[in-house]
Each structure stands twice: as structure tokens, then as C-alpha cells.
Design a protein. Structure first.
Length: 46
């Protein structure tokens, strides 16, 4: 099984930023990820 590049705490932090209205492309640039994984993270939002 492939391990995640980001810890659970980092993912929670990124998702909280997204909930607060930070655009996904900006989050991706800030955290050094490509937009597709950022969209996948966003899809995990409740």
C-alpha cells in the first residue's frame, strides 16, 4: 500500500484552510502539491 506524502495532521490543516474559503489552487501552491491531489482532498470534505 502506498504511504501518504502528508501526515493526517497536515491533511486536516489543509482541509480546514479550504473550509475557511482559501481557493484550492492557492492551497496547492502553498503546500507544494499538484492541483489534482488538492481536488481529491477537497472531495473528502463533509
Amino acid at each position: 500500500m502506498k504511504t501518504s506524502r502528508y501526515s493526517e495532521a497536515q491533511i486536516v490543516s489543509i482541509l480546514k484552510e479550504a473550509e475557511n474559503g482559501v481557493p484550492v489552487p492557492e492551497l496547492c501552491r502553498t503546500h507544494g502539491m499538484m492541483p489534482l491531489p488538492g481536488r481529491r482532498l477537497q472531495s473528502n470534505l463533509p
